[in-house]
Design a protein around this ligand. Sequence first.
Ligand code: GTP
Ligand code: MG
Length: 206
Amino acid sequence: MAQNMNFRNAQFTVSASKLAECPVESKVEVAFAGRSNAGKSSAINALTGQNSLARISKTPGRTQLINFFNIEPGGFLVDLPGYGFAKVPLSVRNKWQRELEKYLRKREPLVALVLLSDVRHPLKEFDRMMIQWAIQSELPLHLLLTKSDKLKRGAARNTLLAVQKELREFPDVSVQLFSVQQQQAIESLTKKLEGWFSSSPAAEAP
Ligand SMILES: Nc1nc2c(ncn2[C@@H]2O[C@H](COP(=O)(O)OP(=O)(O)OP(=O)(O)O)[C@@H](O)[C@H]2O)c(=O)[nH]1
Ligand SMILES: [Mg+2]
C-alpha cells in the first residue's frame, strides 16, 4: 500500500450491527476501542481532518454500531461502540457488547488496535482487559491517553511516564498523549497507523 497514506480522503462506508455486516472488501483494518466517551470518534475525525465524519456526542454511548471508514483500497479504520456507562437499555447494551467481542475475536482483517483512555483516569478495568487480550492475541496495540489538553503539561507527562513504565515489558504495546487540539499528537498517531497499514502482509496482495 501507499507509503504516504492520506487519511484526509477517508470516506464512511458502512455501519455494521454484527460481524456478518462488516465489509467483505476489507483486507486490513485498525479498530479504535475504548470506554464510552474516551474520544474514539473525535480521534478519527482529527486524524482525517473531517469534523463530522464520525459522530461525536456529549452523551456517552453514542456510537452503537461498528462504523467503517475507507482509507485506501482494502484499508479501513473502524470506530467501535464504547464500553460501559452507556445510557441505553441493558438488553441493547448486552447485545452490542456481544457483537463487539465477536468482532474482536473473529475479524480476520483486524491487524491492530488503538485503545483510547482518558488521561485523567487511565488504565481502568476495561483498558487492562483489552491490553491483556491484545497481548494474548498477538495484536499490536497503541494506547492514546486522550484529552491531554485537560491537564497541565507536567501532570500529563507524569501520567504518560507512569503508564509507559507499567507497559514497558510488552514490545507490541505503545502509548502516547493525545488531544484533538494537538497537531503533533495527531501526527504521531498517523505515523503509527501508516506503519501498521504498510507492514501488514495482506496489504501486499494485489
Ligand atoms: N477537551 C477535549 N475534549 C475531547 C477530546 N476528544 C474528545 N473530546 C470530547 O469528549 C466527548 C466524547 O467524545 P467522542 O469522540 O464522542 O467519544 P467516543 O469514545 O466516540 O464515545 P462513544 O461513541 O460514546 O463510545 C465529546 O464531548 C468530545 O468533544 C480532546 O482531545 N480534548
Ligand atoms: Mg463514538
